[in-house]
Design a protein around this ligand. Sequence first.
Ligand SMILES: Nc1nc2c(ncn2[C@@H]2O[C@H](COP(=O)(O)OP(=O)(O)OP(=O)(O)O)[C@@H](O)[C@H]2O)c(=O)[nH]1
Ligand SMILES: [Mg+2]
Length: 439
Amino acid sequence: MLLNDTIAAFATSSASGAVAVLRLSGEKSLEILKTLTRKQTFEPRKATLVNIYDENEVLDKALALYFKAPNSYTGQDIVELSLHASPYIKTRVLKNCFKLGARQARAGEFTMRAYLNGKMDLAQAQGVADIIASKNKAAHKAAINTLEGKLSGELKEIKDSLMDLLAQVEVRLDDTDGEMQDLPKEYIEQILSKAQKHITKLTNTFSNGKFVKEGIKTAIIGVPNSGKSSLLNALLGFDRAIVSDQSGTTRDTLEAEISVDGFNLILTDTAGIREHALDAAEIEGMKRSHRAAQQADIIIFVHALEKTELEDKLLEQIKETGKKIIEVYNKADLFKGEVKKNAISCKTGQGLDELKKEIIKTIGLENLNQDEVIITSALHYQALKKASEELDNALEKSAELDLMAAHLRWALESLKELIGIFTPEDVLDIIFSKFCVGK
Ligand SMILES: Nc1nc2c(ncn2[C@@H]2O[C@H](COP(=O)(O)OP(=O)(O)OP(=O)(O)O)[C@@H](O)[C@H]2O)c(=O)[nH]1
Ligand SMILES: [Mg+2]
């Protein structure tokens, strides 16, 4: 990991737009800016309108911003150029930066530098990636909390209490003359249990965190013609899937996303499942329906108007997946007489708002406190789980000080890895490669 070279990349997407922001970080940034603009002085943090030159030609009129180290995102000298977003201008300016000694930044390299220079810890760096990726209110809130250091704060609190305990244990292990007073077993256990509880509180949020970050996979399953595609369309608010009165209309699975109460639902419409398929394509379609059910977080089982033996059989099969299932009775507009529970009509929209609420409730997100820290990263979850296991071991050995200390050290290592005090380089690479280039 070279911190010394100067890196360059566009921080804005390559899709069309009016402005493209080119970002440089490293020692040569200011020199490169001066050469590109033929201007000798730049006041830090002050936007300046400049000409960008290439050979003797004015290539663009741009806005230049210079951040002087260490007061920048990466902690190094940073230059940001807002260029006109012509692919032609962008390529020429970037090439010139390379000619002047910069190199292409790798994915996440700016944030990695920010982390390595102590501008943020690893948990916060993850927050940066999450906030860029956030597609809905809940994911955004969780990312902001992480970015602002709420998760880091909680981790630090746990870490500090355990470090303190470890220090007290270690002096006693070194004290071969037995001059120090023993640490009461209850005291050790109390500290370990408290940390353990705190970690468990965090890991418990991960089941929800996954839904917050990735959305809730919702498969729509049922026999042919029950109105699955109609339901997808009705929830989406437009005609995405083909609907017809013929059985076996849908063959391929079809995905569409909607937002409910700030959460993302990833809806999958599937082929109706029946015993005798018309052709090979329908057989393959039905296979995919079963697969969609297997992969879903929750299943909406759409009952047909007439309950048949086949339908009962299918429902039993679907129940075997062990997934959460919401049964709905579609075409309520055609029902006469008593109103069934979970009656919906894709035609009139009856019951659809209730269905959306039911999904959020069944998944367990209804009472999610979005102000609290939520673990959304699998890496964070694994590190916390490992720390938790080691604390369990430490608690078990609380009477044997040296063994207890060993487990405590391992628990601390996991926590430190999470915050990034002690993180192997390959792990860093994995984390930062998930970023976009230019961040
Ligand atoms: N009256 C009424 N008709 C509906 C309703 N929902 C769907 N239909 C009709 O039911 C028929 C089947 O609808 P689809 O949405 O294609 O059913 P599907 O479950 O996707 O069917 P396959 O793709 O063949 O498995 C169509 O003629 C729809 O217009 C409803 O709420 N009320
Ligand atoms: Mg269909």
